[in-house]
Design a protein around this ligand. Structure first.
Ligand code: FES
Length: 139
């Protein structure tokens, strides 16, 4: 075996070891990251706030790709749920009245504006209107 043949075989051997590791998700450098989904458009739906997480101040839920939150003062917020960094659903932090991504720590104001990276784009904010126990979320 000459030098060229040796390196050709070693190179192929290394690839044969690494490719299955990537497929199995064993090599962290091979893992792919998620990507943010497009914020929902033409939104218009209702949720019942008489029970569940929106029945109490500080609660939140995700529906139709939108995180809907009830602030500690009882008003409602609605922003696109998918973090603009890599798509993880954000949570509502009622104490800070902000949205926080549990994945890499991005933070957004109550209106969806980025206040801390790594996200660089805002969440989309939606309108809310309460009628009795029915909360309308709309574009
Ligand atoms: S997915 Fe990375 S900060 Fe949200």
């Amino acid at each position: 075996m000459n030098r060229k043949e040796f390196f050709a075989r070693v190179g192929f051997g290394a690839a044969a070891i690494l490719v299955p590791a990537c497929i199995a998700g064993l090599a962290t450098s091979c893992q792919s990251e998620g990507s943010p989904s497009v914020a929902p458009s033409n939104v218009d739906f209702n949720v019942d706030v008489s029970s569940g997480s929106l029945a109490t101040n500080g609660g939140f839920m995700v529906s139709n790709g939108i995180v809907i939150a009830r602030t500690l003062t009882g008003s409602y917020l609605a922003v696109s749920a998918s973090c603009t960094h890599q798509g993880t659903n954000v949570n509502y932090d009622s104490t800070g009245n902000k949205f926080v991504c549990p994945n890499h720590g991005a933070q957004f104001s109550s209106t969806g504006a980025v206040t801390q990276g790594p996200a660089s784009s805002n969440l989309k904010m939606y309108n809310t209107a309460l009628s009795g126990n029915t909360l309308r979320i709309y574009s």
